[in-house]
Design a protein around this ligand. Structure first.
Ligand SMILES: *Cc1c(COP(=O)(O)O)cnc(C)c1O
Length: 386
């Protein structure tokens, strides 16, 4: 019989990777297949599944979402002097992928509701050097994709989605990752569906498929060779080893089989948090996430905005004392040392600076017990409810 004081002091971790139970069996199967490098049967199964889910022209599994974004930067053909518009409120990979090509990152502020790129500010940041715009779907809540698509088309920009957090979320029934010419997914252990490290490049523009396959295979036309389209394979373009290991793909397949179930379990926790904090929002003690009409999110994250940065920092410390591991999020890229060297701000980034100081992320993972969820809700009430 567990001691109640032990329960009270065992802390609620911020994240805990969920495993479905089939991962070992599929990895064993991959070993039995004697195909451990990329592009084996599990890799094909995962890419076909994702291609179908997203209605894409092609999906290539990568070792990470970072790798998929780097492929997107190569496919966008950006180089020194070119500019790429992106939010400052994002993970470094959104920027490093383009900075690696020598392009300048142009940071645009986010909306104060979704914390996503403010589509109304994008055109004001366009210059004759702008080549692409990157939409990051924060917390698995979609950017204004119809509007961004129109803006990208009107200005001749490539639209790229950093959908690292957006798997199985949508806008008007169209999945995130399916709007841009290219989309990047992440299967990092902190995401909803995981393979340890992993990602995928979603290719929606059919004109980009052949070159993407070459970049993916270290700059060779190996893929065309195996299809019998060329009689030997050789070095034909830039590229790198972006391919995912078959072992990671075997793990991923065990997760993709249960992707909707995993999302549903996360949504249950998210919904309980959302109901649990309605009163605090009504009392102006905090602000809850906003999900605009017509967008289905995937419960990737539950965050709260506290009234001030000081209140947020205090909440992290006081929740930790209660055994609740709540954390902050991005240090805005424009204020980071590399962001200052490799990018520039287009206009004010006041909302980015403001929300990043006040944002608090709560534990959210599949397998959290009802008691753990209640404990988080109660602790937040104690810490911020006054
Ligand atoms: C997680 C994440 C990435 C990086 O994903 P990896 O698979 O770890 O490379 C990129 N962008 C955003 C917005 C992310 O959340």
């Amino acid at each position: 019989m567990p001691r109640t004081d032990a329960i009270a002091t065992a802390s609620v971790p911020f994240n805990k990777p969920y495993v479905t139970g089939s991962e070992f069996a599929y990895i064993q199967e991959a070993i039995d297949n004697a195909h451990l490098a990329g592009s084996g049967p599990f890799s094909r199964r995962c890419s076909d599944f994702l291609c179908d889910r997203l209605g894409a022209s092609a999906v290539l599994l990568t070792h990470s979402c970072t790798g998929a974004l780097e492929m997107a930067a190569l496919l966008a053909d950006v180089g020194p002097g070119d500019e790429v518009i992106l939010p400052s409120f994002t993970f470094t990979s959104t920027a490093t992928a383009f900075a690696l090509r020598g392009a300048t990152c142009v940071f645009v502020d986010v909306r104060d509701d979704t914390l996503n790129l403010d589509e109304q500010l994008v055109e004001g940041a366009v210059t004759d050097r702008t080549r692409a715009v990157v939409a990051v779907h924060y917390a698995g809540v979609a950017c204004a994709m119809h509007e961004l698509k129109t803006i990208a088309q009107r200005n001749g920009l490539m639209l790229i989605e950093d959908a690292a957090q957006g798997y199985l979320a949508d806008v008007d029934g169209s999945p995130l990752g399916s709007f841009g010419a290219l989309g990047a997914l992440s299967f990092h252990e902190t995401k909803n569906v995981i393979s340890g490290e992993g990602g995928a490049l979603v290719i929606n523009d059919p004109a980009l498929v052949d070159r993407a396959e070459i970049l993916h295979e270290k700059g060779t036309n190996r893929r065309a060779f195996f299809r019998g389209h060329v009689d030997k394979y050789s070095w034909v373009d830039l590229g790198s080893s972006f391919v995912a290991s078959e072992l990671a793909a075997a793990f991923l397949w065990a997760q993709l089989e249960h992707d909707e179930w995993i999302t549903a379990r996360r949504l249950e926790v998210w919904d309980r948090y959302h109901a649990g904090f309605a009163g605090l929002e009504a009392a102006a003690a905090l602000r809850r996430p906003v999900v605009p009409d017509g967008r289905r999110h995937n419960a990737h994250m539950y965050y709260l905005l506290l009234p001030t940065g000081a209140a947020r920092d205090r909440a992290i410390a006081e929740l930790a004392e209660r055994g609740v591991n709540a954390v902050f999020h991005y240090v805005p890229l424009h204020s980071a040392p590399a962001g200052q060297r490799l990018g520039r701000a287009a206009g004010s980034l006041a909302i980015t600076d403001d929300v990043s100081a006040r944002l608090l992320r709560l534990p959210l993972w599949v397998g959290m017990s009802d008691e753990q969820v209640e404990r988080v809700i109660t602790s937040v009430h104690q810490v911020v409810g006054g």
